[in-house]
Design a binder for this molecule. Structure first.
Ligand SMILES: [Zn+2]
Length: 462
């Protein structure tokens, strides 16, 4: 079916809501008008009372991530299937090179794997590891290939970490390449110190885990990353912000004029460390850890006051068996949660329904901002004529009780099990193809495309 007309919906963009019909033809949005006649042979989707929004862009997922002598649960097929069922039409994964690989080699390898399996479009962030002079050359190759973002794991003492000199040099180089540096902001020396202290006193159960990575180690890293970025004249993107302490600093630093993009995840807005005290608390171990009510509250405030820019999920699930095998030692539990399929309905329920956040803001946080910041706008994230027909048709009234067995991930549990949501994606359309429809997955394996990206708008606005 190469033509679809969406009739009678309310079109939501970051700027407002307006009733409109949409004509989709050959993967693109051909026309948006108050009334569009359905051409012969076209499929008509009646969408009265529903919202039509640009497809959700998840800027932070880990599919096929080798870790803990195993791999994250979802491959590019099951991961993208789960994403599509949650209204997601583009994901950004992380290409983390092995010791004997360059960053570009890893990007190509992951990209080939995804091209054969993914239902929806995708791109990657390059992970900077084992920083040395050669990496600066490699950054040129990567940017030249259309990957304009480099992720740095700040805890330099842990496997993938980069020290301050490396971070500073990468930031300097990123400006030359019109690229963006993303950081996992935590202080590794302090994390090591607290972890060792807990080990010495035999406190390694999962309820002790948050004490090994207290919020102030995120705050310290956020401050340091922003300082290094401003001295290097570069923008910076903070991944998965988890704490009130970090949020308060970022609010102030943004007001002072630093160019900082802040991402948080549904788990840091909604879940707390109380879950870690439960019998199955080991399931909820992720890094950084889920924290307190007061942290949730401050992050919601960040959303109200526009100090948070994007919502990612950090989808990185491990099965119950893999997690429970290490249940008694947090230093060994595979870290990460599933979530790519739940972020839209959960954020809609908790944000728009419960906290009165405008749906236009949801669209900005979950689609338009990630598209802009990561160089995909306006093809993605805009819902304009002439752009890719990546669309979610959303039913704001539909109530769902989340059940793992109904989700499309390979993971056998969900942190949102039995969570009641109001508002649910009814159709997901990826470049003109309906890939999900009313509970049924309809996507074709391997139809997703690798996306080369433009520089972040920071560079074009200079
Ligand atoms: Zn991550």
């Amino acid at each position: 079916m190469d033509k679809i007309v969406i009739k009678g919906s309310r079109r939501v963009t970051g700027n407002g809501i307006k009733e409109a019909d949409l004509l989709i033809k050959d993967e693109k949005i051909e026309r948006i008008a108050p009334s569009v006649k359905t051409p012969p042979g076209a499929r008509e989707i009646k969408a009265d009372g529903l919202y039509t929004m640009p497809g959700i862009i998840d800027p932070h997922v880990h599919f096929e991530l080798p870790a803990y002598n195993s791999s994250s649960e979802d491959d590019f097929y099951t991961g993208s299937r789960s994403a599509a069922a949650g209204g997601v039409t583009t994901f950004l994964d992380f290409a983390i090179p092995s010791e004997d690989q360059t960053m570009l080699e890893r990007i190509k390898e992951k990209s080939e794997s995804a091209a054969g399996k993914s239902i929806i479009d995708f791109s990657f962030h390059a992970q900077l590891t084992n920083f040395n002079d050669n990496k600066l050359k490699e950054m040129e190759e990567v940017a030249g290939y259309g990957i304009k973002s480099f992720k740095i794991f700040m805890p330099a003492t842990e496997g993938w970490g980069v020290d301050d000199a490396g971070i500073y040099r990468a930031l300097e180089k990123s400006t030359e390449l019109e690229s963006l540096v993303l950081v996992h902001a935590e202080n590794g020396e302090l994390a090591d110190f607290f972890t060792e202290s807990l080990k010495k006193s035999g406190r390694v159960s999962v309820k002790d885990y948050p004490s090994s990575r207290p919020a102030f180690i995120e705050k310290e890293a956020v401050l340091r990353a922003t300082l290094l970025a401003s001295e290097a004249g570069a923008p910076i993107y903070i991944c998965h912000l988890s704490s009130a302490k970090g949020m308060k600093e970022l609010r102030r630093l943004k007001k002072e004029g630093n160019i900082i993009y802040v991402e948080t995840c549904p788990q840091y807005l909604i879940l707390t460390d109380e879950l870690l005290k439960k019998r199955n608390g080991y399931l909820y171990a992720c890094c950084p850890p889920v924290r307190k009510d007061a942290d949730n509250y401050e992050l919601w405030r960040g959303i109200f006051e526009n100090d948070i820019d994007t919502i990612g999920t950090d989808h990185c699930p491990f099965s119950k068996a893999k997690k429970s095998a290490q249940a008694n030692d947090f230093t060994k539990i595979p870290m990460g949660l599933p979530g790519v399929e739940n972020s839209l309905p959960v954020f809609y329920s908790e944000g728009v329904v419960k906290r009165d956040i405008e749906i236009t803001k949801l669209v900005n946080l979950m689609s338009t901002n990630p598209a802009r910041i990561h160089g995909l706008y306006p093809q993605k994230g805009s819902l304009k004529e002439g752009t890719d027909a990546d669309i979610v048709i959303f039913n704001p009234r539909k109530k769902v009780k989340i059940k793992t067995r109904k989700l499309h991930s390979k993971c056998d549990w969900s942190p949102y099990e039995n969570f009641k949501t109001k508002g649910s994606p009814e159709y997901t359309i990826s470049r003109g193809a309906v890939v999900y429809e009313k509970g049924e997955f309809r996507g074709k394996k391997g139809r997703g495309k690798f996306l080369k990206r433009k520089p972040s708008p920071f560079y074009s606005s200079q």
